[in-house]
Ligand binder design. Structure first.
Ligand code: BTN
Length: 268
């Protein structure tokens, strides 16, 4: 067994039972969940599996990550047992690719809501907030040697943890918000069920349903002032909408600007 493919461990009952109850609602994710105690990053493991031809829907979940990654090259704090660290291999049809990351944010928010009753909001593109603090994030990465595959990773802060000082003030957890223990297995199952459903929307040409659901969850951020860096130039404007490819449309004094990727700062 190579270092990239550590031995899987038996899926704990905590996860196995809710996944079994979800059954066919898991769509492509049914019966394909691999559990690890600790890996560097579940995204790396899923990418390696995709490169070796693993089928769509293969799910990698770890109890801890030693090198968890966030968007924009950040670290994703992944202490043991304190969160959900999940990656899956998707092989979307070409028309579905641009909105996969938007759909994933919607799905994680919906999964959290189904499992807990909390009502998460979204900040473009797919940061999952409860109130003013971030509770979960999504990292979609193309598989280098295989343009047909995308690794979709999501991380959910389940328990309050000793997050690094730079993120502690802006982070929250599901249990911190609920004020009681959360069921990690149910969270996993409901997020995968929602992902299966939103992914099916994309694959079958129902992208409008995904963008409409995103707009509802992002309502409190649309209309807010934002700033961003465009090739070294500081720009600002008012966040207006997303387009059919998931780009953020910002109203500026010189007309609409289209942000495809990168960091957006929310000013008001
Ligand atoms: C973000 O910055 O908001 C995205 C965070 C994504 C974290 C998840 S945890 C599972 C998967 N493995 C990683 O290394 N990152 C993603």
């Amino acid at each position: 067994m190579s270092a990239l493919f550590p031995q899987t461990e038996q899926l704990p009952t905590e996860f196995a039972e809710p996944l079994a109850r979800a059954g066919d609602r898991l769509g492509p994710f049914v019966g394909q969940v691999l559990w690890y105690g600790e890996v560097p990053s579940t995204n790396d493991l899923a990418a390696a599996m995709a490169e070796r031809g693993s089928p769509e829907g293969c799910v990698v979940i770890a109890n801890a990550q030693s090198a968890g990654r966030g968007r924009q090259g950040r670290t994703w704090a992944s202490p043991p047992g304190a969160g959900l660290y999940v990656s899956t291999v998707l092989r979307p049809l070409p028309h579905a690719v641009p909105l996969v990351t938007i759909a994933a944010g919607v799905a994680v928010a919906e999964g959290i809501q189904s499992a807990t009753g909390l009502t998460p909001a979204l900040k473009w593109p797919n940061d999952v907030y409860i109130g003013e603090r971030k509770a979960a994030g999504v990292l979609a990465e193309a598989v280098a040697s295989n343009v047909a595959a995308i690794v979709l990773g999501f991380g959910i802060n389940v328990m309050p943890a000793a997050y690094p000082p730079d993120i502690a003030a802006r982070a929250t957890s599901i249990e911190g918000e609920l004020g009681r223990p959360a069921d990690r297995g149910l969270l996993l199952a409901e997020c995968l069920v929602a992902l299966a459903s939103r992914y099916a929307d994309l694959q079958s040409g129902r992208a409008d349903a995904v963008t409409a659901a995103w707009r509802v969850r992002a309502a409190s951020t649309l209309g807010r002032r934002v700033s961003w860096d465009a090739a070294g130039e500081a720009r600002h404007g008012v966040a207006d909408d997303i387009d059919e490819a998931g780009a953020l449309i910002v109203r500026t004094e010189t007309g609409p600007a289209r942000i495809i990727s990168g960091e957006v700062h929310w000013l008001t």
